[in-house]
Write a protein that binds this ligand. Structure first.
Ligand SMILES: C[S@@+](CC[C@H](N)C(=O)[O-])C[C@H]1O[C@@H](n2cnc3c(N)ncnc32)[C@H](O)[C@@H]1O
Length: 238
């Protein structure tokens, strides 16, 4: 390699480094950028999930474990939270210890695209604001499909782009100004928040994301849009 030639890191390594660097402020900024709605969305995921009374749950891209902690309210459930960012998991582990939930929730370093579990190991897989960070989206979703038991459920919470053109106009204005501004005020990694905003605009949502889920083997996909369509909860069956 020539001395001035920069090594191009894979998307996975860049994503891991980025979440490692913003782990300390992630929870606070998440709350600010969603106007506190992230708490409500996680409660919705819990309500959708508990109707099937799942026992074995895998929360992929668990980050600081907020979804995993919410799901721990399901009686007799045991939850594995998996993430590639060890620093995000460290923040999550502190919360789990504080809540004395380490017998129910375990956090593990791992890659959504290469899961170290046998096929049909889980009743429920959840992924909150994770899929748009995958290096290979279809590979990650197919892995979720593989580890789910027959008729198991996948619940995905992800940003989406509103379909209504007037709302879309305000959405773009807001996301292109507010999110990078908050990032630059509160975070030492400004580029991270530029990435989060840009990746949200480019990621397939609504019908397009349902097509991807179908291609990866999921059926019966339902969508619940949140915050004028800026976020969606997808519920799919194996
Ligand atoms: C925006 S955070 C979401 C955290 C949490 N689920 C939430 O709802 O707040 C995205 C997380 O996805 C993780 N991630 C990205 N790609 C991943 C992969 N291939 N495997 C596992 N985790 C991944 C990142 O490390 C990061 O912690």
């Amino acid at each position: 390699m020539k001395p001035n030639q920069k090594l191009k890191l894979s998307k996975k390594v860049q994503v891991k480094n980025m979440f490692d660097s913003i782990s300390a402020e992630y929870d606070l900024l998440n709350r600010i950028m969603t106007f506190g709605n992230d708490i409500r969305w996680r409660k919705k995921i819990y309500k959708i999930a508990k109707s099937d009374n799942p026992k074995d749950i895998l929360d992929i891209a668990t980050g600081t474990a907020d979804i995993a902690l919410e799901l721990s309210k399901i009686t007799e459930s045991s939850i594995i939270g998996l993430d590639i960012s060890e620093q995000m998991l460290e923040v999550g582990r502190k919360k789990i210890n504080n809540k004395k939930l380490s017998n129910k929730v375990v956090l593990i370093s791992g890659d959504a695209e290469n899961l170290d579990y046998e096929k049909e190991s889980f009743d429920l897989v959840t992924i909150g604001f994770g899929v748009r960070n995958f290096e290979n989206l279809e590979k990650g979703l197919k892995e979720s499909h593989r580890v789910l038991r027959s008729r198991g459920k996948l619940i995905i919470l992800e940003t989406s782009v509103p379909e209504n053109s007037i709302i879309k106009f305000f959405y773009f204005f807001f996301s292109r100004s507010f999110i990078p501004l908050i990032g630059s005020l509160f975070s030492k990694d400004k580029t991270a928040y530029q990435y989060l905003q840009k990746s949200a605009e480019k990621f397939p949502s609504g019908k397009n994301f349902i097509l991807v889920l179908n291609k990866c083997g999921f059926s019966n996909v339902k969508v619940q849009t949140q915050m004028f369509g800026a976020t969606s909860i997808y519920i799919a069956k194996k």
